[in-house]
Design a protein around this ligand. Structure first.
Ligand SMILES: [Zn+2]
Ligand SMILES: [Zn+2]
Length: 263
């Protein structure tokens, strides 16, 4: 692989999330990501990973790297994106999350379906309600992720509902956030973190976005390891928002400061 820009969408919901459309199957998501010329993708369902492994396999066929991810709701009511280095650590985290998720029966007619898609296309309904908070605090989740070598990114942190900055009013100093996902980057927030933007798509059409809202990795390959380096700004790697065909001509986010000009 050579050092280049990789386009990413690291926050997409499959049909396992009750709030997502039923046609958000692993296959449809990957096909839409391919149409959008994505290099990296992550399916981040609420508190579960039932469609992640299948998406990784299908994405490989399309030449897209799919990260192992999830969107966890903490006890504080904050949504946090997590990325794991491999399938084993993802499944370990899911088991841990399930231990801390209240076992409320799911009602598809009320909340929407929670569909797990098998490799043969067979659909299974996930039995426990996923769109609810776990009993894990941000600190406990952070600690668990550190033990698994994962990355933590507060999701839509500036959004009123479930956003860390909106709910807590600040970034907890001890939280090991690898980046902060924002909905609106045209605001100055007191952040010392790399900013990312993702689609948070719950439907296929929502995966299509204005080019200036894409996030890019400058690295040697679209991998978890390169992403970790990029978010840390190490070894010449970096992650920026808003870059497009004319490299560096849009705005680039470093340390929460957005500036016009070359990256
Ligand atoms: Zn969310
Ligand atoms: Zn989401």
């Amino acid at each position: 692989m050579i050092r280049q820009w990789y386009r990413m969408d690291l926050h997409v919901h499959s049909c396992l999330s009750p709030c997502a459309e039923d046609d958000m199957t692993p296959h449809n998501i990957v096909q839409m990501a391919a149409l959008e010329q994505m290099d990296m993708l992550a399916v981040t369902d609420h508190n579960a990973v039932g469609n992640s492994l299948e998406t990784v396999v299908i994405a490989e066929d399309f030449g897209i790297a799919c990260l192992y991810g999830m969107e966890v709701e903490t006890r504080e009511g904050v949504h946090v994106l997590v990325y794991l280095p491999n399938a084993f650590s993802l499944l370990s985290l899911e088991a841990f999350i399930q231990e801390h998720l209240p076992m409320r029966s799911h009602r598809p007619d009320v909340w929407g379906r929670q569909l797990v898609v098998g490799s043969d296309g067979e659909l299974t309904e996930y039995p426990w309600l996923l769109s609810q908070g776990t009993q894990l605090s941000l600190t406990e989740l952070d600690r668990k992720l550190a033990s698994l070598g994962g990355l933590l990114v507060p999701a839509h942190a500036d959004r009123r509902s479930y956003g860390l900055l909106s709910l807590l009013g600040h970034m907890p100093a001890k939280l090991n956030a690898a980046a902060v996902e924002l909905v609106d980057v045209n605001q100055s927030l007191p952040l010392d973190h790399v900013i990312v933007m993702n689609s948070d798509a719950h439907s296929l059409d929502a995966m299509v976005r204005p080019r200036q809202r894409y996030t890019y990795l400058w690295g040697d390959a679209p991998t978890f390891e390169e992403l970790a380096l990029g978010l840390a700004g190490r070894s010449g790697r970096k992650v920026v928002v808003g870059l497009d065909e004319g490299i560096g001509t849009a705005f680039a986010g470093f340390g929460g400061k957005f500036r016009k000009g070359r990256s």
